[in-house]
Design a protein around this ligand. Structure first.
Ligand SMILES: O=c1[nH]c(=O)c2[nH]c(=O)[nH]c2[nH]1
Length: 296
């Protein structure tokens, strides 16, 4: 007897969708990882090579993005219900749709002024320290990694070099997100290490949120400068900032626009990513932080 087909399902896993909703200067963010699995009358695709009942997984991904634009993401539960019902209601061969959603939570970074478009990811951050003692003395590095931040406006990237391989369009208003890794060198021990760490972190966040960005490089320098100028015990800071690219989804093929004052839907890409790294030094201070300390 030939083998028989047992339980089977198929779908698109881990569609990363970021929905930004704009209410004037106040922006709201929902950031989901959506996995769809469909099952039903799908024997023919496995046994006879017939795709007649197969909705492409690519379409499932597109549906996630289109629904995020059309209906918004009020909650993961409501969004998941809408999607699951859609696949069962519109596909005669599909009798069961399972939608799994992981939501990444973002807290607001308070900023002066009426704009509210800066966010920091809750959790995932690690504080780091490295102390070296030799016959020249003690050298202490403070740091942090995994501080994930995002601005949903006030970021552009234009006027860059174009050669025959350049396809990147100029961006007037893009989403800027990064996972901050920072290492800083204490020239003098502060009275309170914890308070100083908190101060550095606050300055990094404040500069990220408060800088109108023409590039992540420029934002990096603003962040480093804010630390050097406001924390006298620190002479040097090295920052490693992956550019966590968020691409506007092309919804034109579905007759939908993905631009407008009300917000947009983005693909959160994980790799490859730009990696912007630099050291910012107090004037005249030596550069002593090893370059590879922040490298992946
Ligand atoms: O802020 C940026 N800096 C770059 O150097 C760069 N390169 C790129 O493709 N996008 C960006 N964004």
């Amino acid at each position: 007897m030939p083998p028989t087909l047992g339980q089977n399902q198929y779908g698109k896993a881990e569609t990363r969708v970021v929905r930004v909703t704009r209410e004037g200067p106040v922006h709201h963010v929902r950031d989901l990882n959506v996995s769809v699995a469909l099952s039903g009358d799908l024997a023919a695709v496995h046994l006879a090579g017939s795709n007649a009942a197969v909705l492409p997984t690519d379409t499932m991904k597109n549906t996630v993005y289109a629904f995020a634009r059309e209906h918004g993401i009020a909650s993961p539960e409501a969004f998941g219900e809408r999607l699951a019902r859609h696949f069962v209601d519109t596909q005669p061969a599909i009798h069961r749709a399972r939608v799994r959603i992981a939501e990444y939570a973002w807290d607001r970074v308070p900023t002066p002024g009426e704009g509210a478009h800066s966010f920091v990811r809750a959790g995932g951050e690690t504080r780091t320290a490295q102390v070296t003692c030799d016959d020249t003395g003690v050298r202490t590095l403070g740091g942090l990694t995994g501080l994930t931040v995002m601005n949903t406006t006030d970021s552009e990237f234009r006027g860059f070099v174009r050669d025959r391989f350049t396809t990147l369009p100029e961006a007037d208003d893009r989403l800027l997100a990064t996972d901050v890794t920072a290492v800083w060198r204490y020239a003098a021990a502060p009275e309170d290490w914890d308070a100083t760490h908190a101060r550095v972190r606050g300055r990094l966040l404040g500069a990220f949120a408060g800088t109108y960005s023409r590039s992540l490089q420029q934002t990096l320098f603003a962040m480093g400068t804010a630390v050097i100028e406001n924390v006298p015990q620190i002479d040097e800071i090295r920052l490693s900032l992956p550019n966590k690219h968020h691409f506007l989804v092309d919804l034109e093929p579905f007759g939908m626009s993905n631009a407008g004052p009300d917000g947009a839907v983005y693909i959160a890409a994980d790799r490859p990513y730009g990696l912007i790294e630099a050291t910012v030094l107090r004037d005249g201070a030596p550069s002593l932080i090893p370059v590879d300390l922040t490298a992946p």
